[in-house]
Ligand binder design. Structure first.
Ligand code: ASP
Ligand code: MG
Length: 402
């Protein structure tokens, strides 16, 4: 059997943890399996490297930042290979260049395009444990790129798909996927199974447990994921196409406090307005999330949207630069907002789920600023100070603790 095991930063944060991971991998190896290990940078190393960069230059180029950040993963994989060797097991670490993990050229948020498997297969054939850097890739200019924060999960899934692995296990510091973030909702409960679509929404909406693109990729290539803790032997959560049990009406509540709302007031009410606004934002690589357009009056209309906090200033700048062309009166920006979402595959065939969520917020006297929905999701934008209260109340009303 070929097993891909990915360990996050907290799982390799220090010497003791590195040895703990080494032993877990060796167990699989000694059982006769081929073992490929993907690692994140140790502990908070990526954050620390970013701080270092910003200390030198508050606005470092994305290329140089990627060059720096790849050091994090290279540190953990080489130390892991040394730990395994010390335990008497042959192991080899490989970075994105050595494997050849090809990505698009955009630094800081590159996408994996193709992974060469020859070197990995060759090392596995000589019965080595192969330890590969997560998060990094190489672009067509032979530069390092990174896949965006949390991107090691995506590396693991991509490698599992490329090698047609039998198992892809994502080890983290929690024992699976929860109905809500246990730090926010005390009664949150671990799920045994969840569908790709639900997981994708939860991951995108701020459940930090998996990188959303890793879920996208797992769905595309049919890679079944197991999310589990590196510190216990708990079973974890299985992420796959369809769950055995009846589809949950609501599987989880997600809170994203990093959202910001931007409203463009007094746009012209005529064809092409929305196109020009969002085209300008897209060209600047600003990811827009919820979008709301008001009904036109006096030949003007307003468009509001949310962006991830990292992109708020970028978005503002693009809009200001294009004011003459976009013809609006003014822009309002609200930073103290949070997105609270419910996700559930069972919603599709059950009307009234959204109404129940809104009623719950009404009972808590929480005002809704924006709403967006999909077949399996309802998201509201509310004041950030209400976010935790809302998440707990919603978790209760849908009985997610049972
Ligand atoms: N080390 C990178 C980060 O902190 C990638 C990862 O952990 O998945 O974002
Ligand atoms: Mg992660």
């Amino acid at each position: 059997m070929l097993v891909v095991k990915k360990f996050g930063g907290t799982s390799v944060a220090n010497k003791e943890r590195i040895y703990n991971v080494a032993r877990r991998c060796i167990e699989d190896y000694n059982a006769g399996n081929d073992v490929v290990v993907i690692l994140s940078a140790m502990g908070k190393m990526t954050d620390e490297l970013i701080e270092k960069a910003k200390d030198i230059n508050p606005n470092p180029s994305r290329r140089e930042l990627d060059m720096l950040l790849t050091v994090g993963e290279q540190t953990s994989v080489s130390l892991m290979a040394m730990a395994m060797a010390n335990l008497g097991v042959p192991a080899i670490s490989l970075n994105a260049f050595q494997v050849s993990m090809h990505t698009t050229s955009n630094y800081g948020n590159a996408r994996l395009k193709r992974i060469d498997t020859e070197r990995i297969s060759h090392e596995l054939e000589s019965r080595k444990i192969v330890i590969i850097t997560g998060f990094q890739g190489v672009n067509k200019y032979d530069d390092y790129t990174t896949l965006g924060r949390g991107g090691s999960d995506t590396t693991a899934v991509a490698i599992a798909a490329a090698l047609r692995a039998d198992k892809c296990e994502i080890y983290t510091d929690v024992d699976g996927v929860y109905t809500a973030d246990p730090r926010i909702v005390k009664k949150a409960r671990k799920l045994n199974e969840i569908t790709y679509d639900e997981m994708l929404d939860l991951a995108t909406l701020g459940a930090g447990v998996l990188h959303n693109r890793s879920v996208e990729m797992a769905k595309k290539y049919g890679v079944t994921l197991v999310v589990r803790s590196s510190l216990t032997n708990e079973e974890g959560t299985i992420v796959k196409e369809d769950v055995k049990v009846e589809k949950m009406l609501v599987s989880g509540v997600a809170v994203d406090k990093s959202a910001e709302r931007i409203s463009i007031i007094g746009l012209e009410d005529k064809p092409g307005t929305a196109f020009r606004v969002f085209d300008a934002l897209a060209k600047a690589n600003v990811n827009v999330d919820m979008i709301l357009q008001s009904v036109g009056r006096d030949n003007t209309k307003d468009i509001s949207f949310t962006v991830d906090g990292n992109f708020g200033e970028d978005a503002l700048k693009v809009l200001e630069e294009n004011q003459a062309r976009l013809k609006y009166q003014n822009i309002e920006m609200e930073k103290n907002v949070a997105k609270v979402s419910i996700v559930g595959a069972g919603m599709m065939s059950n009307p009234g789920v959204a109404a129940k969520m809104f009623e719950c917020l009404y009972n808590e006297h929480i005002n809704i600023k924006m709403i967006s929905t999909s077949e399996i999701r309802v998201t509201v934008l509310i004041d950030v100070n209400d976010a935790e209260k809302a998440a707990n109340a919603i978790h209760d009303i849908f009985g997610l603790d049972e």
